[in-house]
Design a protein around this ligand. Sequence first.
Ligand code: CTP
Length: 410
Amino acid sequence: MTADSNRQSAIGNRQSPLAGRRIALGITGSIAAYKAADLASKLRQAGAEVEVVMTPAATQFITPLTLQSLTGRAVVVDMFAAAEAEAHVEVARRADAFVIAPATADCLANLAHGQTPDMVTLTALATTAPLLVAPAMDNQMWEHAATQANVETLRARGVAFVGPMEGRLATGRMGAGRVAETPQIIGALLALLGQRTGDLVGRHVVVSAGPTLEPIDPVRYVGNRSTGRMGFAIAEAARDRGARVTLVAGPVALETPWGITRVDVSTVAEMLAALQQATVACDALIMAAAPADFRPSKPADHKLKKGEGDEEMHVHLAKNPDILATLPAGGVRVGFAAETRNLGDYAKAKLPAKRLHFIVANDVSAAGSGFGTETNQVTIFHDDGRVEEFPLLSKYAVGHAILDRVVARL
Ligand code: CTP
C-alpha cells in the first residue's frame, strides 16, 4: 500500500470519525480567538492532524506558540517566511477540510471577494477542501448589509457556516455574534465531511430517542429510565455519513447535535404524531425510543391530594398504541428490544409483530449496557434469521454498526 492509501484506510474510523483527517484551522483577529485553542485541542484529541494558520491580528489575541504546543505542528502566520516557492499553499493542498474559527467581518469580506491579504484567506483561496466558517463579531457588524451580502455570496459558493450564536457579546451587548461552541463546530465539520463522502448522502433517516412521560396529574408522570443516549448517538452517526436526520426525542437532558432536526415530544400520542409526519418518504426509521406501554387513563386536571388516612393510591392505566406497529412503511425499519431476560426469544417475537428488517437487542441489566451508559453490548436479529453478536462498543460505534446494516438494505 502507498502512504496515501495507508492514510485513507486509517481515516474516519467508527469510533472516531476525525481520526487521521487533516484539518486546517484558520484563526482571525477576534477576541474569540482564545477559544480556537480549545477547538484545536479537541480536534487533536479526536485524532485529527491539525495545522493552524493565523492572521497577524489573531496573534494579538493568542500566540502561535499556544497553538503550536496544542497541535504539535508549526503555525504559519507570515506567508513570506518559508524559503520554498510552494510553501505558502502547502497547508491548503494537504487539508481534508478548512475551518476558520473565529472568522471576523473583515475575513468574510476578503473571502467573498477572493482577496488574500493573509495566510487564512490565502489558504481558503488555494484549497479545494470544504470550507467551514464560524463567524464572531459585534451584532451590528454581523447584521450589516455588507456582511450579509458577503455571507450570501459565500453560501452560494458552497461555504458552510456554523453560528454566529445569540448571547452576550464582548461589547456587553446581547445579540447574534458569538462564535459557536467547540462541540457545535466539530458537529458542523463532521456533517460537512459526511456530505462530501458519506454513504447516506441524499437519504432521510428518522430516529426516535428517549422515554415518554405519561401524565398522572399536572406534576406527576409515569416514565422510564431511558436517557436518549443511544438514539442521539445513532442520529450523530447518520449525520456523519451525510444523511438528513430527523430526531424525535422524548424528554431528555441532551444537547441537540449540530445539523440534526430535532422534534421534542412528551407522550406516546405526541411521538406517534411526530413520527407519522417525519417518516413520510423517509429512507429508514430507527426506533431507539422507549415509549411507555401504558398511560394513566384519566390524567387529573389538578394536582392529586392525599386524603386523611389514605394508605394506597390507585392509578388506572390504559394501553398505549404500539408506534412501530401503527406506522406505515418507513423505508428500512429497525426496532430495539431492551430486555432483562430471554433476550433472544422476546426480541425475535417483535420482528414480525412490528414489521422490522432487524431488531437491536440488549440486556439492560448487564454491566456497561443499557440506560445512561456511554457503551452498549447488542445482538442484532434479522428478519431472515441471521443473528449477529457484537462486543461492548461505544453507543456511537453501535450506531454505525446499525447504519452499515441499514445501508445494506436500502
Ligand atoms: N415501541 C413502539 N411503541 C410502543 C412501545 C415500543 O414503537 N408503544 C418500539 C420501541 O421503540 C422498540 C420496540 O418497539 O423499538 C420494542 O420495544 P419494547 O419496549 O422492547 O417492546 P414492547 O413492544 O413494548 O413489548 P414489551 O414491553 O412487552 O417487551
